[in-house]
Design a protein around this ligand. Sequence first.
Ligand SMILES: C[S@@+](CC[C@H](N)C(=O)[O-])C[C@H]1O[C@@H](n2cnc3c(N)ncnc32)[C@H](O)[C@@H]1O
Length: 227
Amino acid sequence: MQRIELLASLSRGSNSLLDLGCDHAYVLIEAIKKYDVKRGIASDISSGPLKMAKENIIKSNLDDKIDVIQSDGFTNINLDFDTCIIAGMGGLLIKDIIDKGLNKLNNKKLILEPNNKQYELRKYLNQNGFKIIDEYSLFDQQKYYEVIVVIKDKQDLNEFELKYGPYLLLKREEDFLKYYKDKYNFLNNIYNDITDPIERNNKKELLNDYKAILEDNYGEKIHFKHN
Ligand SMILES: C[S@@+](CC[C@H](N)C(=O)[O-])C[C@H]1O[C@@H](n2cnc3c(N)ncnc32)[C@H](O)[C@@H]1O
């Protein structure tokens, strides 16, 4: 899967990679095998996924390099790590996990892949001393994903940047543009059938946002600059 490959590649060179909510542990296994990650911690809240993770780790001959820990978020994570992946969960759950583990996140890199509520997660990060340092977009098996990489630092993003992703807007990756092209076409097709004035207004604003993205015409909407 391209999504797993992307997540693993983003942890390249980590000395200790924590995969929180690891499920099958495919990301960790791939990261150690292919991307020069030295050690890993496979962690999940549930014993079922952890059993499967353990089996996969043993099959891959990596049981001397990966610790397996049952934990709700960061609660039982006392081993050191420099990079943490939290992927394949709702954005609000990721936000809660980060919020409860804040004291363990100084000087760490977080690789986040929320499967919804990206705006709410970015907003939380922006308000709580995290800085987005890169973002990625991809379609994998016809599903669209966004990956957000953050460190503890200051950043001040505006609403448009929080909604659509500062680096996604800047990088204009093919999959990001395809996603908004599809959304624009869908909404444009049904727009004339919407009769409620408030609903029409909201959808018009969305259409304008999507148009600005597709035409690379953000005007005053973004102030973010890569640094
Ligand atoms: C859909 S799987 C994603 C697996 C993998 N991270 C990926 O992206 O392919 C979500 C996993 O998160 C785990 N999970 C949910 N809430 C959690 C929490 N509070 N702490 C740790 N793991 C959690 C679930 O048990 C499940 O195995």
